[in-house]
Design a protein around this ligand. Structure first.
Ligand code: UDP
Ligand code: MG
Length: 314
């Protein structure tokens, strides 16, 4: 029989996990696949791990993995994907915003021959207008700046075939923007529209500062356009300075201009100073990432795990 693995990253999700497992279990029961779920505890500070363990003792289809600390969702997902071995792998959030009931639909498309089936949100209930706006803005900027068309309004909720998972496992970069990586590997991909539910329990782990950094991660991982901005600004400033220089020279030669122009001088100095610092900052963003990458640290450490003795490999 073909195998399905569901990877669920969770950070302080103990309140919702039982309900999640109940709904996922019902989905598993109806599937003609050998299913299991891998819960990844991303260094939670509540009793998420204990809940996971009790779910595991109640259901043999449950596997668990605990990271040595909180590494963030991207790395928790990576750890989960690294530890499963199945013909199809689904990644889904633990908070029930993405419905497990969509998995059979994903599987239907996968059996039609698609390698990646991803959920695109047609409506995001329970999220503020500001969050919707910033999220929409991000996808559009990303689309403009990078050569990689990251699908809009698409989270991590998706199904991947074995060869896509194998490809993903080869990407060991430390700065991980999973949505970008999922797209980057290619293969046949298809979107499924769905309505996102509000969170079942607990709070979103995101705030705007985190989201901003996440957006920077996305842009710097997949586009070097910001590095070129300085070149263009510099070129335009030089051209303008040259023309303006001619005007100043002509005025001095023909009209004997007395010393004036303090305001314009200040404007030019401040503008150029600002532009230079910004350009340096952009270079810094990339340099810092190159630095982290060059240290070649492992992506994460596993504290404990309980994986099925034999998974997949039919
Ligand atoms: N998550 C995680 N590590 C973190 C933050 C979040 O594993 O450091 C998990 C979280 O438990 C949830 C998923 O990632 O299953 C999505 O998180 P959240 O619901 O906070 O994000 P949102 O849906 O608001 O984008
Ligand atoms: Mg959520």
């Amino acid at each position: 029989m073909q195998t399905l693995a569901v990877v669920v990253p969770a950070y302080n999700e103990s309140d919702g996990l039982r309900e999640f497992q109940r709904r996922l279990g019902l989905v598993f029961d109806a599937l003609d696949l050998d299913c299991h779920v891998l819960y990844v505890d991303d260094g939670s500070r509540d009793d998420t791990w204990e809940v996971m363990e009790s779910l595991r003792s109640a259901d043999s289809r449950v596997a668990t993995l605990k990271l040595s600390r909180n590494f963030g969702k991207e790395l928790a997902l990576t750890a989960g994907i690294d530890h499963v071995d199945a013909d199809a792998v689904v990644v889904i959030d633990a908070d029930l915003q993405d419905q497990p009931e969509l998995i059979p639909e994903f599987i239907r498309r996968w059996r039609e021959g698609f390698d990646v089936v991803y959920g695109t949100r047609s409506n995001r209930a329970g999220e503020t207008a500001l969050k919707k706006f910033t999220s929409a803005a991000f996808y559009r900027v990303m689309e403009r700046m990078s050569d990689l068309p990251v699908p809009r309004d698409t989270g991590d909720f998706r199904l991947m075939s074995r060869r896509v998972v194998d490809a993903l496992k080869l990407l060991r970069e430390r700065q991980r923007f999973m949505k970008g990586l999922f797209t980057w590997v290619g293969f046949r991909q298809i979107a499924i529209m769905y309505d996102r539910d509000p969170r079942f329990a607990g709070d979103s782990k995101w705030n705007y500062w985190k989201l901003w950094n996440f957006a920077l991660e996305g842009i710097t991982s997949f586009s070097s356009f910001p590095l070129r901005v300085a070149t263009y600004i510099g070129f335009m400033a030089a051209l303008a300075a040259f023309l303006f220089g001619l005007v100043v020279l002509a005025k001095a030669l023909f009209f004997g201009d007395p010393v004036r122009g303090y305001p314009s001088l200040m404007v030019v100095v401040l503008f150029l100073g600002g532009a230079q610092l910004m350009a340096l900052g952009m270079i810094g963003e990339y340099l810092g990432r190159t630095y982290v990458e060059s240290k070649q640290r492992p992506l994460y450490f596993v504290d404990r795990h309980h994986l099925p003795a034999k998974t997949g490999a039919t």
